[in-house]
Write a protein that binds this ligand. Structure first.
Ligand code: FES
Length: 158
């Protein structure tokens, strides 16, 4: 029997928004050095709202399910609304994750923040990034700050 609930298994078996948006407005790529899993998230922004989001994840079932859920949650949201999406909110939207898998949801939050940070870097006309995102918050690759945060939250995991 799986430790995951039915909703997590649905998103794991039939993930939504898999892929890569060509000419994306923002690209976020984060990794967890503890397990080696990698998540890449691309976003399209129109009129200050996230019009589309896609992901490519090399990782465990929880990493794939949280990637799928975060891309669903973020569509139609403004940038500040998207930044307010926490890893806990993603896990809750999935009906919960086993506690040793909560760190996987951190990857989804960080990938989203990284993509939004990249959006502001590529689009100076979008103005100053709102509070909640600042240089160094998101990482572009394993070795960035988010990896340290992720590793910390991975205590007790495999
Ligand atoms: Fe690596 Fe889930 S993200 S074990």
């Amino acid at each position: 029997m799986s430790a995951y609930n039915t909703k997590v298994m649905e998103h794991f078996r039939n993930p939504q928004n898999v892929g890569y948006i060509e000419n994306a407005d923002g690209v976020g790529k984060v990794g967890n050095p503890v397990c080696g899993d990698i998540m890449e998230l691309t976003i399209k922004v129109n009129d200050g709202k996230i019009a589309d989001a896609k992901f490519r994840t090399f990782g465990c079932g929880a990493a794939i399910a949280t990637s799928s859920m975060v891309t669903e949650m973020v569509k139609g949201k403004t940038i500040p609304e998207a930044l307010a999406i926490s890893n806990r909110a993603v896990a809750e939207a999935l009906g919960g994750l086993p506690s040793i898998k909560m760190h996987c949801s951190v990857l989804a939050e960080q990938a989203l923040k990284s993509a939004i940070e990249d959006y502001f870097a590529k689009h100076p006309e979008a103005g100053t990034p709102p509070p909640g995102i600042k240089a160094g918050d998101a990482c572009a690759a394993p070795g960035g700050k988010c990896v340290l945060d992720t590793a910390k939250s991975a205590e007790g995991a495999r």
